[in-house]
Design a protein around this ligand. Structure first.
Ligand code: SAM
Length: 301
């Protein structure tokens, strides 16, 4: 099969199938063999690996992945691309194409069935409109993952390594730092895609930490707090947490927790680093447990 990293071959496939790009699906297909080579090298795919590709498009990167991995599972949302993928990938025996939405399919089942629960590698040129939910979802759902090598918007790549004090700093920065070590593989200009995106892109590799860098009693609670803090960036941390509705402490209890950590009640969430969010989460969790215990006791008397 012709290498789809070559723009002429991509154009030929698009014409053959009379494919029309769908903006709503963030379709910008890679047309640069050097970038594809770099992604494959950075992903460090071995013969025994199972690779999950999110959004294979017409199968450009999928071809490269099939050449290196034991098995590739590619999840594509656009029904118009399924017959194209069946055509462009027909020579490969180690590909399974799933028509579906990556945010809805059960990846745990795939890992269990196809890789006996052993860690997989994720490789993708991500649809930019859902980069954050995809990456946070992969981490937070604790799918066994060895590494994630993905193309993202340059600005999002920058955000991943950021700490407090930068306007790019946010929930994604903290999730990435909690779960993995981010590494910039390459900056990729718009002319490497068809059609050209309006923004610059970057390939990043996230290698999962064996153990998170901070101790947290309840990870889901930590990320509730982090999300609530950044949902309302302009508000104080106390107001953000109080307005979130997901954190069952009173405003006074929230303010007391913030003060107990040595901060002013007027502090904003964006000034806290991962360690400080972890400390706040542990403290608030303990207050919640104490409140639960007290209400349990009073219920018995
Ligand atoms: N991998 C191809 C390449 O590099 O040329 C295409 C990358 S393109 C940036 C993103 C792909 O993700 C498109 O094929 C798009 O249809 C698909 N996509 C968008 N949203 C998706 C979703 N929720 N689940 C699965 N695929 C999705």
């Amino acid at each position: 099969m012709a290498d789809l990293g070559n723009p002429q071959n991509t154009v030929a496939v698009l014409q053959k199938h009379q494919f029309h790009f769908q903006k709503k699906y963030g379709q910008n297909f890679l047309i640069d063999t050097h970038v594809l080579d770099k992604i494959i090298r950075a992903a460090d795919i071995q013969d025994e690996d199972l690779v999950l590709e999110i959004g294979p498009g017409i199968g450009t990167m999928t071809q490269y992945l099939c050449e290196h991995a034991r098995q590739v599972i590619a999840v594509e949302i656009d029904p118009a691309l399924i017959p194209i993928l069946e055509d462009t990938l027909k020579e490969y025996q180690n590909i399974e194409i799933i028509h579906g939405d990556i945010l809805k399919i059960n990846i745990h089942n795939i890992v269990q069935e196809k890789n006996q629960g052993k860690p997989i590698k994720v490789v993708a040129n991500l649809p930019y409109y859902i980069t954050t939910p995809i990456i946070m979802g992969l981490f937070e759902s604790h799918i066994p993952i060895n590494s994630i090598t993905v193309m993202v918007q340059k600005e999002v790549a920058d955000r991943m390594g950021m700490g407090p004090g930068s306007k790019e700093y946010g929930a994604l920065s903290l999730a990435v730092q909690y779960y993995a070590k981010p590494e910039l593989v390459a900056n990729v200009p718009p002319n490497c895609f068809m059609p050209r995106p309006k923004v610059g892109s970057a390939v990043i590799r996230l290698v999962r930490h064996d153990k998170p860098p901070v101790e947290v009693e309840d990870e889901a609670f930590l990320f509730k707090i982090i999300r609530a803090s950044f949902n309302q960036r302009r508000k104080t941390l106390a107001n953000g947490l109080n307005n979130a509705g997901e954190i069952p402490l009173t405003k006074e209890q929230i303010e007391k927790s913030i003060q107990e950590l040595g901060f002013s009640v007027s502090i904003r969430g964006e000034t806290l680093d991962l360690e400080q969010f972890a400390a706040l989460s542990n403290l608030m969790k303990r207050k919640l447990q104490a409140a639960d215990n007290a209400s349990g006791l009073s219920g018995c008397s």
